[in-house]
Design a protein around this ligand. Structure first.
Ligand code: RB5
Length: 145
């Protein structure tokens, strides 16, 4: 079976969490692409990181993206400007499940100042394991543009 590739990026709010998440994903059998920023970097502008990850997903280099910032909000706002990307900020597993099943989200945005690492991993697990339900939800996605 082909390996699922996940593009991951963080601003200065969570590079250490991003590095741990990449290790977690690899241990679970995913390929992970690191779009920075490196741990120890004092400051980064989240739009720069979000755009890089979103474009990697839009180009098909990664099936999914995970964006990490303080709240998950700014990253999702920027990523959603890239055509083909549907980014969802999620704070619990139900949101992650619905983001995949109903919205076919391909980018997950996490806020490391909102949730802890245990919940974040559970959200990631749910996001990456649930399939799009299609049917009426596909009809609704077709109405996006
Ligand atoms: C950076 O301080 C913070 O604004 C950013 O990580 C994010 O929460 C923006 O949405």
């Amino acid at each position: 079976m082909d390996q699922t590739t996940v593009a991951v990026g963080s601003d200065h709010a969570g590079p250490e969490f991003k590095d741990q998440l990449i290790a977690y994903l690899r241990q679970k059998g995913f390929a992970a692409l690191d779009f920075g920023i490196p741990a120890g970097t004092e400051r980064a502008n989240y739009p720069d990181v979000a755009r890089k990850v979103a474009e990697a997903v839009a180009r098909g280099e990664a099936q999914f993206g995970i964006l990490i910032c303080g709240t998950g909000l700014g990253m999702a706002m920027v990523a959603n400007k890239t055509p083909g990307v549907r980014a969802a900020p999620c704070v619990n597993e139900f949101m992650a499940e619905m983001a995949r099943a109903h919205n076919d989200a391909n980018v997950l945005a996490l806020g490391v100042r909102v949730i802890g690492p245990g919940l974040a991993h559970a959200i990631v697990d749910r996001f990456l394991s649930v399939s799009f339900a299609g049917g009426r939800h596909a009809e609704r996605l077709a109405l996006f543009s």
